[in-house]
Design a protein around this ligand. Structure first.
Ligand SMILES: [Zn+2]
Length: 267
């Protein structure tokens, strides 16, 4: 047995996939071969480090379908399943001809190939930074600005529930005029407003109170292509938004998402 075959078996053995005779042969080889012992040590260490440090990422259905599509006779269900299935029954000798390609392909995929694919997928999931979408980054900025205002006690530049006080306060401070309304009779009372800074521009923030919670509504002019943004939940804060009357709205708070949606619908 050559060392290349032994290294392949070491990978299988670490996954508990080697049958007893093959494992005995491997052990005998390892006794005599420092290079293969070194390989096993390195591989086991890397494997343990991945298990310890890697976060679990569910493969998207499209990836699972693509892998299943490449395997003969495999079906995709929606349940998580082990990355590597049980070893195929051993066949005495591969026949030459049409069948052998399939046979070796299956063996390869089921053994080292699939292990390597799983390792690559884990490595990609761990190493690739999670890149939020543009709207995700905006939601992060909204949450950061909201949390900063709460922590520093600088939630309000102007404290008033009167739109005739709040709306004029913005003029001269912004190059647009945000719509200002109080929804006190609907459970969302206007507490006031402040200026904030979002995506490299000054924006209006209307501050509402709902029971014990503070809701910030960020407002700035929208371009025509703006669509209804997806909802985000970050660090316990919900971010909901919409575009209406030429303005972008993003509401952020730790209230229930349903309550926040009520306010967004009123805006
Ligand atoms: Zn060896």
């Amino acid at each position: 047995m050559d060392c290349e075959e032994m290294c392949r078996r070491i990978v299988l053995a670490l996954d508990g996939e080697l049958d007893a005779p093959a494992e005995a042969a491997l052990d005998a080889h390892l006794e005599a071969c420092p290079a293969c012992r070194q390989f096993r040590q390195t591989h086991a260490t890397a494997r343990a480090a991945l298990r310890r440090a890697a976060s679990y990422h569910r493969a998207p259905l499209s990836l699972r379908e693509a892998i299943a599509g490449a395997l003969p006779g495999a079906a995709v269900d929606d349940e998580p399943r082990p990355a590597v299935s049980a070893p195929p029954p051993r066949r005495p000798v591969a026949r030459a001809g049409r069948g052998s390609g399939w046979f070796f392909g299956w063996r390869l995929l089921n053994g080292a190939g699939l292990v390597a694919a799983a390792c690559a997928a884990i490595a990609l999931a761990v190493l690739l930074p999670q890149r939020p979408s543009a709207d995700g980054r905006l939601a992060e900025a909204v949450v950061a600005a909201h949390a900063r205002a709460q922590l520093t006690g600088h939630a309000l530049d102007v404290a008033s529930s009167d739109r005739h006080t709040v709306k004029p306060w913005f003029s001269g401070r912004l190059d647009f005029s945000p719509p200002v309304r109080d929804f006190g009779e609907r459970g969302f009372s206007l507490a006031g407003a402040r200026l904030d800074y979002l995506e490299r521009r000054a924006v209006a923030v209307l501050v509402y109170r709902h029971r014990q919670h503070v809701i910030d509504v960020f407002i700035w002019p929208a371009d025509e292509t703006a669509q209804r943004p997806p909802a985000h939940t970050l660090q316990g804060y919900h971010v909901l938004g919409k575009t209406a009357s030429g303005m972008n709205f993003r509401a952020v708070s730790d209230v229930e998402a349903d309550d926040l949606q009520q306010l967004v619908d009123l805006l």
